[in-house]
Design a protein around this ligand. Structure first.
Ligand code: ATR
Length: 271
């Protein structure tokens, strides 16, 4: 049977094996998808052993997305723009890296949540790895404006410069978010997963906006509750997780699994 896995540290919490097992059932395919806890300083050895033993592909989560990108022999354009990979696949020319996170976010926003990115005024909170991984696919959808706001302004400015040729993008400090209406506010900081406070000017979360936390489950509760209190619609990133998994599955297997039933099952399980 074809073998797949998710590499991370920690990885015990990962929903990816559950998601891929359901995709395989729905597609009538048989495969194995495991969790691999790689040592923090031993990703390359661990993933090399996996591919040498015949592994077909893996997803990669924190803290190894940059290591995965560097490990690969070939890289997609979107992985190169992100400087990070959450996807590796065995190919004839060696291990190929891709990044399906941004596609997962855009598909979740547009197909599941029902918020078109085209023409939207988008505020991205955070300028770390999570933000960087999704900016190019967001800009490819042609938002009217993308403001990247970060606690450390210099990192937001750097990211905006890095992606300047791809669309209308600017970088600012969190405390200096331009007073404007945003249709979509994406929390890509690590505050949710770390349980830390996120200081934001009140105008960042307005009535009628959609507030989206890239974290999922209880980690996203504080941001979601705060956005709702401000009159915004809000959701967590569970749909992004499922959609990036579907994009990965399609790249490995050549056919895209249905995501709606899997997302509904995970939501039902969580409630
Ligand atoms: P990840 O891979 O999850 O993006 P990262 O690359 O370490 O992790 O980036 C974390 C992001 O969350 C950064 O944008 C960080 O802001 P700084 O660049 O100023 O560090 C942001 N972040 C982390 N803790 C934060 C906090 N308490 N308030 C606001 N932003 C925070």
């Amino acid at each position: 049977m074809d073998r797949y896995a998710v590499f991370g540290n920690p990885v015990s919490h990962s929903l990816s094996p559950t998601i891929h097992a359901r995709f395989a059932e729905l597609m009538g395919e048989r495969l194995v998808y495991e969790k691999v806890l790689a040592p923090v300083d031993g990703f390359a050895a661990s993933v090399r052993a996996f591919f040498e033993a015949g592994g077909r592909g893996c997803n990669v989560t924190l803290p190894f997305k940059v290591d995965a990108f560097e490990f690969a022999a070939t890289r997609s354009e979107r992985a190169t723009l992100a400087g990070a990979a959450n996807f590796l696949a065995a190919r004839d020319a060696g291990v190929h890296a891709d990044n399906t996170d941004g596609a997962g976010l855009v598909t979740d926003l547009e197909s599941n949540v029902g918020v078109p990115v085209e023409g939207a005024r988008v505020l991205m909170l955070g300028a770390g790895g999570a933000a960087r991984g999704v900016i190019a696919p967001l800009l490819a959808r042609k938002p009217a404006r993308l403001v990247i706001a970060n606690r450390t302004a210099a990192k937001a400015l750097d990211l905006a410069r890095h992606f300047a040729t791809l669309g209308v993008v600017e970088g600012v400090a969190l405390a200096a978010i331009p007073e404007a209406r945003y249709d979509l506010v994406i929390n890509a900081t690590s505050t949710s997963t770390r349980g830390e406070a996120l200081e934001l000017p009140a105008h960042a979360l307005a009535r009628d906006a959609l507030a989206y936390d890239m974290a999922y489950g209880p980690a996203a509760n504080a941001f979601v509750a705060r956005a709702r209190a401000a009159g915004a619609r809000a959701c967590d990133g569970l749909g992004m997780l499922v959609e990036q998994a579907a994009e990965s599955y399609a790249l490995w297997r050549g056919a895209r699994p249905p995501t709606a039933p899997v997302l509904a099952e995970l939501r039902a399980r969580a409630s």
